[in-house]
Design a binder for this molecule. Structure first.
Ligand code: NAD
Length: 397
């Protein structure tokens, strides 16, 4: 059966599992080409199956020879029209490649917010992972979370606060610019977003791991945040997600208190904007990205998630080139936010029209390719576009 990219707006409706395999391998090869570094050895990644979480797992495993546990929420193949999610296959092939190098690569598929998942992971760490982790990466991007202490389910909403905001977005299916109007978040939506995308669940993971004596001396943990430039502030930094990320900064402070006796460190890492399944549905962001990529590419500093996370791990989290801001947050997004880059991006955005946005004026084609790559399409080095359903069904994470 042949697989091809199917889009519904900015959502992918198909997957090429072998393209995903090649994409994981390309990322591994990128890290290997950068060489080894002295980093973590026992890593737990929450949200390990795609983009920033997957990239973190790959750099830890293939740059620092770390055993890894990955938790993610993904679906396997159901029938020939539903072959599962890209993350499902990323997990499978990451594990295969890591095991070929003699590394442990355990995948847990299910709800990271639940108590059951926390208990299962802790049991595994104690029984089969050497008893402790020295790093926890918190890279979840989720639409909802059930608080297991109250049983209440919360939904996150990417919305502005106090004002309606309109801006242009790109429809990848129709390859058109369109105007998106986003209503302000209600109080309930803000609260929901904080519950889902803030730091509470991160704190609960650390508390339970510490209680179970699963945190190693010198343990580090990191949560990825985004601030971005002014043009995106209305519905990101100053919107409901920004409130959630601010709350995660408070969580990070409490985690630091909690792990002080282990000489541990909790960090918020403000990362750059990249093409992911979450970022393409945020208003304005795609339009901003095609201009940002153009400018950063011209300056030789364009980064994909693996380039960004690999740099963060080897030069900042485990290197001596970390740059912190006044709030103690790690700021690898400084390349994106430099005055020079932002001035040029703004100039470019002002020139965009529905007619020219796909031209060489921007990096629209790169953005589209990166989006296709997320689902295993147009991946450099992959030649397999035919799949056998039974073979896919037999693969286990
Ligand atoms: P993504 O959608 O590519 O990945 C999200 C991960 O979370 C996946 O592995 C998914 O399976 C997992 N997940 C979702 N719900 C889950 C659940 N209930 N239980 C277990 N796993 C679950 O997202 P991403 O873009 O890599 O974002 C990761 C983090 O990085 C987010 O906190 C995001 O805010 C932050 N960030 C993203 C960008 C960007 O440009 N994409 C920039 C800066 C920071």
């Amino acid at each position: 059966m042949k697989v091809e990219m199917k889009l519904k707006g900015n959502m992918a409706r198909s997957v090429n599992p072998y393209g995903c395999k090649q994409e994981v391998l390309n990322q591994i090869n990128y890290v290997k080409a950068e060489g080894d570094y002295e980093g973590p050895k026992k890593v737990l990644v929450l949200g390990a199956s795609s983009s920033y979480g997957l990239a973190s797992r790959i750099t830890a495993a293939f740059g620092s020879h770390a055993d890894t546990i990955g938790v993610s929420f993904e679906r396997g193949p159901k029938d020939e029209s539903m072959l599962g999610t890209a993350g499902w296959y990323n997990n499978i092939f990451f594990r295969e490649f890591a095991e070929q190098e003699g590394l442990i690569a355990k995948n847990f598929i299910g709800d990271a917010f639940s108590l059951e998942m926390k208990e299962e992971v802790i049991k595994y760490i104690k029984e089969s992972f050497g008893g402790k982790v020295d790093m926890l990466v918190y890279s979840l991007a989720a639409p909802k979370r059930t608080d297991y202490k109250t049983g209440i389910t919360y939904s996150s909403a990417l919305k502005p606060i106090g004002q309606e905001v309109s801006g242009e977005n790109i429809n990848l299916e129709k390859e058109e610019l369109f105007t998106q109007v986003v209503e302000p978040a209600t109080e309930e939506e803000i609260e929901g977003t904080v519950k889902v995308m803030g730091g509470e669940d991160w704190e609960w993971w650390i508390e339970l791991l510490k209680e179970a004596d699963c945190l190693a001396e010198g343990f580090k943990t990191v949560l990825y945040s985004y601030i971005g430039p002014k043009v995106t502030h209305a519905f990101y930094h100053d919107g409901s997600l920004g409130v959630a990320k601010e709350q995660a900064e408070e969580s990070s402070k409490r985690i630091n208190e909690n792990i002080r006796e282990l000489n541990g460190q909790s960090l918020i890492c403000v990362s750059k904007a990249v093409t992911t399944k979450a970022s393409v549905v945020i208003p304005i962001l795609p339009k901003y990205l095609i201009c940002l990529y153009k400018v950063m590419k011209e300056q030789g500093i364009h980064e994909t998630p693996i380039m960004h996370k690999d740099r963060i791990f080897r030069t900042m989290l485990y290197g001596n080139e970390a740059n912190y801001d006044e709030k103690g947050r790690l700021r690898p997004d400084s390349w994106e936010l430099s005055d020079d880059v932002q001035r040029k991006v703004n100039d470019l955005m002002a020139q965009l029209t529905p007619q020219n946005f796909k031209s060489d004026l921007t990096e629209y084609q790169l953005f589209k390719k990166e989006f296709f790559n997320l689902n295993g399409f147009e991946v450099e080095g992959n030649t397999i576009n035919e799949v056998d359903f039974e073979t896919l069904k037999a693969m286990k994470p």
